[in-house]
Design a protein around this ligand. Structure first.
Ligand SMILES: [Fe+2]
Length: 633
């Protein structure tokens, strides 16, 4: 006869068996689906990886010529006053979006009369129905903004000036997340409709929250406008991203004299007598037209590089005029109030775009803003924090080696303590993915740094490594265009006491000199798939240069307090104006989070002392499953 206690135990076990069967049935199908999906792809949990270098394929060209402005992809396709160079940019969150475009003709010459930007309206007419499928009232909303012009002036004999068309920026508000909208932009008051664009469409980003992510985030840097650049953009478009990050150095307009002419890989070599590095602004207009098929449908998020500095005027006192005028970014929305650095949310990702060519010191405004921004991140709403800036901190190529060491020394600790997950940079014209690292030391809680400045610009691919014989730059090389020089010799490890390593550094996991772009696909709050697509690879899912699952370990890598804790925030972050927490909406769970909760319930209901041997075995298998496939949780 069973004892009362054993009856309870047996009844409990029967209850556990049925609960477990339900849980297993919920787990098995998605497990096998994800196993099939992730088969063979390494994860950062498998690292740190032994450094790997894939040599430059000498059958490929190191560079190619710029596409001329007469090319149909760069030449004007509409006549004024019709809008052109239409581009979208994310705002603070999914419910708002920037639309930008240009009207009127830019002028080049000695004495120019700038356009009056107020003479043309800045309107966006939009709605959830296409005018092609609906009645004349398809556009249920209209948003209005403003326009500006900028000039690039060279008060030197023989040089020409430039003044832009009217550059319009309009912010749409009250959009529904993950929803397709149709729109026309321009000036509706112009008779005959000639002041409006054709109908275009976009799909808004997913709402801020850990349960949804942008489908694909493309990352590209140092793009330029060569034959290689066009291959990169074609490839990128084929991969169908829902958001594009451009990590600086966009047009390379500053490779040209004001009088135009052919681009050169080394401006200072070709034009040693130029008083300041001139820049031929019509290249920007050609670039805007070339990018329009993508940027009019997908948000393009830019951050300035050194090729955007473009000094002008007496002694180069005025800088970044084109970058500041042409792009809308969520600077006010993110509290930075400058286009040189800002942040925004896209689903469960908080993006931080930093400026390397403005003050980055701990006493400066950018550092203070970054500190506050990081504290405001709600990791329950945006588990992922992805940062981007132009020059890399970790770089084993000879080009730009330790160039922005000062910036790293100022900001790295702050980023590390706040567990920034991924950092994208460009500047070096090659690809490199780092092992998780902090302060040049392998660290499982350091960010994954990725250099992706291989977009294809006219300056050609970088192939020399600082550890190649005779390729270590001298400390006098690689001066940054902004900030100081903080070159250091390593204080420990195989390169102790040396400026360069004698082999590929241990923090460099993979490097290769090829043109390409990357795609980031965040799966859930734990797993994100990163794929580097080389231009020479055939288009398709199974052809790529590098691929890895980047895995977050928040339970292992806890957030660490910093000085901004005076903001009186909880360890999870401060209330954010970009957080969805204030909406009052009920919390939602991903499927992985749901499985986790079921698992915890099973463990709670079925006390270990009451488990049968079979049941204990199954629970152990579940624990193993969780260990090896944490992205399920
Ligand atoms: Fe650069």
């Amino acid at each position: 006869m069973p004892t009362p206690s054993s009856t309870v135990a047996d009844g409990g076990n029967r209850h556990c068996h049925s609960t477990l069967a339900l849980a297993l049935s919920l787990l098995v199908v998605p497990c096998f689906a994800l196993l099939a999906e992730s088969g063979g792809i390494p994860t950062t949990l498998d690292g740190p990886f032994p450094p790997v270098t894939r040599a430059f394929d000498r059958s490929l060209r190191q560079g190619s010529d710029d596409v001329p402005l007469t090319d149909p992809r760069l030449a004007p396709r509409v006549q004024p006053p019709a809008p052109e160079q239409i581009a979208l940019a994310a705002s603070a969150d999914a419910d708002s979006l920037w639309v930008s475009w240009v009207t009127g003709r830019a002028q080049v010459g000695a004495n120019l009369a700038p356009l009056d930007p107020a003479s043309v309206r800045s309107e966006v007419w939009y709605g959830e129905r296409s005018a092609l499928d609906a009645d004349a009232d398809a556009y249920t909303h209209v948003a209005r903004g403003s326009a500006e012009v900028y000039s690039q002036l060279y008060p030197y004999p023989g040089l020409l000036n430039y003044t832009s068309g009217a550059i319009h920026h309009v912010r749409l508000r009250g959009l529904r997340p993950a929803t397709r909208y149709y729109y026309r932009c321009g000036d509706s008051s112009i008779p005959g409709g000639g002041g409006l664009s054709e109908e275009l469409s976009f799909t808004t980003l997913p709402a801020t929250g850990a349960g949804s992510y942008p489908r694909r985030v493309a990352v590209v840097g140092d793009l330029g406008l060569t034959g290689n650049s066009t291959a990169t953009v074609d490839h990128l478009a084929h991969n169908d991203p829902s958001l594009v990050l451009m990590v600086g150095d966009m047009t390379y307009a500053n490779q040209y004299l004001t009088t135009g002419g052919k681009g050169v890989p080394c401006f200072s070599c070709a034009f040693p007598d130029a008083p300041i590095r001139e820049s031929y602004q019509p290249r920007w207009d050609g670039w805007g037209r070339f990018m329009e098929p993508i940027t009019s449908k997908i948000p393009l998020m830019v951050i300035e590089g050194n090729h955007e500095i473009e000094p002008q005027g007496h002694g180069g006192a005025v800088t970044f005029a084109s970058y500041l005028a042409r792009f809308a970014v969520p600077s006010k929305e993110s509290g930075s109030n400058t286009k040189f650095y800002y942040s925004f949310n896209a689903g469960g990702i908080h993006f931080i775009m930093l400026g390397a060519y403005v003050d980055y010191n701990r006493t400066g405004a950018q550092y203070s803003w970054l500190e506050n921004d990081l504290h405001r991140v709600d990791r329950q709403a945006t588990p992922w924090v992805v940062a981007a800036w132009h020059p890399p901190w970790y770089n084993s190529y000879s080009s730009h080696y330790q160039e922005f060491e000062c910036m790293r020394q100022e900001m790295e600790e702050l980023m590390y303590k706040h567990r920034v997950d991924i950092v994208f940079s460009g500047h070096v014209h090659a690809y490199e993915r780092m092992n998780r690292v902090f302060n040049y030391t392998l660290d499982p809680c350091g960010p994954v740094y990725i250099s992706i400045g291989d977009g294809g610009n006219i300056e050609k691919i970088d192939i020399d490594h600082a550890d190649d014989p005779g390729k270590c730059p001298s400390p006098g090389d690689n001066h940054p265009e902004f900030g100081g020089v903080c070159h250091l010799n390593f204080t420990s490890g195989p390169a102790k006491g040396k400026f360069c390593w004698d082999r590929q550094p241990e923090w460099s996991a993979y490097r290769e000199s090829s043109f390409g772009h990357g795609i980031l696909e965040v799966v859930n709050s734990t797993y994100a798939l990163w794929t580097w697509h080389r231009n020479q690879d055939a288009y398709g899912e199974n052809s790529m240069g590098d691929q890895i699952y980047i895995v977050r370990q928040p339970e292992k890598c806890l957030l660490q307090p910093t000085s901004a804790s005076s903001l009186n925030c909880s360890p999870g972050g401060c209330p954010s104006p970009m957080s969805s927490d204030s909406s009052g909406a009920l919390p939602t769970f991903t499927s992985g989070q749901l499985f986790q909760k079921i698992f915890v319930i099973i463990l709670f209901v079925c006390d270990r002392s009451k488990r049968t041997k079979w049941f204990s075995h199954v629970l152990d298998q579940l624990a193993l499953l969780r260990l090896h496939f944490p992205f399920l949780w």
